[in-house]
Structures are given as C-alpha cells and as structure tokens.
Design a protein around this ligand. Structure first.
Ligand code: NAP
Length: 246
C-alpha cells in the first residue's frame, strides 16, 4: 500500500488514558496514527513504541491544542509524514470540578482554552485539511445528561462541543466527512480518578447497571466504530458510551 492510500488519524491527548487506547485501537485498524501530547513526551513515545512493536505506524507530535499555531504544526507534521489526514479524534482535555459559587477564573478559563477552544482549533483546521471520506470524533461526557453537581463548567463546555458537532456535520455537506461525538461515562483514567474518594468512585461505578467503570478500551471501541467503515451512516450524533448510566 502506498503512503497516500493508507488512512491517517490524529488523536489529540493520546499520551495516556482514553487517547492512548484510541491510538492503539486505530493503529490495529490499520490507520497511521499521530499521537499528540502537550507535556508528557515520554508517555507519548511509549504509546508510539507499543504501536510500532505491534506492527503499526505512528509518530508523536507535541502541540498544545489551545495554541492555534501549534495545531497548524500538528496537521502539517501529519501531512508531511503520512501524506494526508483522514480522521481527527478530539480527545485532549482537562477536568476541574467545583460548584459555580466556588469556581475561580482559572477553573473557567483553562477549561475553555483547552477543552473548548482546543476542540474548535482542531475542528477548524480539519475542515479544510481532512481528505474526503474522513471523520471527526469529539469526546464529550455523559455528565451532559447526568448533570452532576460541581461539573457545570466542564460539562457545559462538553454540551457546547456536542452542539458544534451537530452543526459542523451539516457544514461538511458534499465532502462525505462525518462529525460525531462520543460521550463516555466514568472511565478508569487519571482524569477521572485523581482527587476523588474511594466512596465517590464506588458511588459512580454503581450508578451504571454494569456496576463497573469503563476501561479506556471500552471508549476506544466506540470511537473506532464512528471513525471506521461501519460508522459512515452515523453523522452529527452523540453516542453515549456509559454502560447504561444515563
Ligand atoms: P487523561 O487521562 O487526563 O489524559 C488527558 C490527555 O490529554 C493526556 O494525554 C494529556 O497529555 C492531554 N492533554 C491535556 N491538555 C492538553 C493540551 N492542552 N493539548 C494537548 N493535549 C493535552 O484524560 P482521559 O480521562 O483519558 O480523558 C480523555 C477525554 O475523555 C477528555 O476529553 C475527557 O474530558 C473525556 N472524558 C473522560 C471521562 C473519564 O471518566 N475519564 C469521562 C467522560 C469524558 P499531556 O500530559 O501531554 O498534556
């Protein structure tokens, strides 16, 4: 297969957690994978090494998704190395939780910059740079449906991402490019586990009729479906991958 015929996926925030599992899964599905990270270089290089050891093709690219020029560099690097881009997975994100009354400006501004502006930056770049037939998958959260206390800024931004998803799907008319979101429930990663008591983690776990947290691979399966050949008729949708939580 020539360089230009093999499909290429950019996965933002793929140095650990859900993004690392998505990168590994898309590589297994024969995509060239761009493993994006902003600070965790060693972890990103390990994700690349594991993909290569399994016979896949990947490279790590540092880019803070909140930085417009870094995002351009991310897309340029992917095109230069792999000859084109077919799939964008907007997975990079941070989570800071507090009731609105206790939320400071940094809590709001940092999540807007990385989670919302970061997703906008890559979607805008992808609009002109994805090859026809490609797809965009954005990570939302099932808390958009659950509406848990302390999640208002984080989940409010994800609700905005779900709305941008549905609208951009229509804006891509004529390009055969799908735009969807995956909204995980509680998933066993640093972002979810850090700073939470065992009691709260167990409470969230037991809210699902499956009585467990998601693994990053559970979420990667849903993303791979939307990014792959079986998902081509799903467009402008949000798929809640949460074991029946909401
Ligand atoms: P995680 O384990 O904390 O990993 C986050 C990833 O994002 C890391 O690779 C991190 O890399 C990267 N990242 C952070 N800021 C970045 C930036 N400015 N630019 C580029 N990359 C950046 O988080 P996760 O749990 O896997 O979450 C992944 C996505 O799923 C997020 O969008 C999150 O909102 C969503 N989600 C998670 C859960 C859950 O329960 N875990 C539930 C619903 C939705 P660096 O260290 O290199 O910055």
């Amino acid at each position: 297969m020539t360089e230009t015929k093999q499909k290429t996926a950019i996965v933002t925030g793929a140095s650990r957690g859900i993004g690392a599992a998505i990168a590994a899964r898309l590589a297994r599905d024969s995509f060239n994978v761009v493993v994006n990270y902003s600070g965790s270089e060693m972890a990103a290089l390990e994700v690349v090494a594991k993909i290569e050891a399994a016979g896949g093709r990947a490279m790590a690219i540092k880019a803070d998704v909140s930085d417009v020029s870094a995002v351009k560099h991310l897309f340029d690097s992917a095109e230069t190395t792999f000859g084109g881009i077919d799939v964008l997975v907007n997975n990079a994100g941070i989570m800071k939780l507090a009731k609105i009354v206790d939320s400071d400006d940094d809590l709001f501004d940092s999540q807007v910059a990385i989670n919302l502006k970061g997703t906008f930056n890559t979607m805008r770049e992808a609009a002109t740079r994805l090859r026809d037939g490609g797809s965009i998958v954005n990570l939302s959260t099932s808390v958009v449906g659950l509406k848990l206390e302390t999640y208002s800024v984080y989940a409010g931004i994800k609700a905005a991402i779900e709305t941008m998803t549905g609208i951009m799907a229509k804006e891509m008319r004529g390009r055969t490019i799908t735009v969807n979101s995956v909204a995980p429930g509680p998933t066993s990663t640093e972002l979810f586990l850090d700073g939470k008591s065992d009691e709260f983690i167990n409470k969230l776990k037991m809210m699902s009729p499956m009585e467990r947290l998601a693994t990053p691979e559970d979420i990667a399966n849903a993303v791979a479906f939307l990014a792959g050949p079986d998902g081509t008729w799903i467009n402008g949708q949000t798929l809640r991958a949460n074991g029946g939580l909401v």
